[in-house]
Design a binder for this molecule. Sequence first.
Ligand SMILES: [Zn+2]
Length: 192
Amino acid sequence: MKIIPSVLLLLLVVSLSAQTPVDGFFSKKIDEAVDLMNIGEYEKANEGFSYVLKNITSVPTDLAYYFGKNSFHLKKYKQSINWLNKYIQLKGTRGRFYDDAVETLNLAEDAYIDSSKERAKNMQEDMASGEFDCGGMEKILCPVCKGEGVVFKKGPFETLYQTCPYSEGKPYISCSDYNLFMKGELEPKIKY
Ligand SMILES: [Zn+2]
């Protein structure tokens, strides 16, 4: 009878000592990142939060809020929306950051819609001027095979796979080819 409590105690001590240093380490990291966020060092805060997110086995709910909030400051609106939603889902209205999470989420959603509109407008203007700069990239996802490298051709009996004749089996085409494609002037490189 006497042995049971001491076994329990031993288990408790073992599990605490296995957990405490790790928890303490990560919670210190989180606290440091929160301090950085509060003084407006969002990039540095982001490094801290990202580090914890990558290395911790189970994400503390408050971290979802902090990371979502900091992402908003960094204008990473989609990421902000995802994490703030996650926080609200996990904590519901009882979360201690609930009000701020909802408020920031609304701002992030508005900003995300605005930035999407802006992007769409810029893209239309680029198209209208006849040149699209591919967002500054030299290559862009092949619009024919959608980056799959293969296209499907319905044969009489079966669906056939063919190497994408425009990107030659690669996921990307060059930006100049993309502009030709948009003008309807891109010739397939492989003739079937
Ligand atoms: Zn392709």
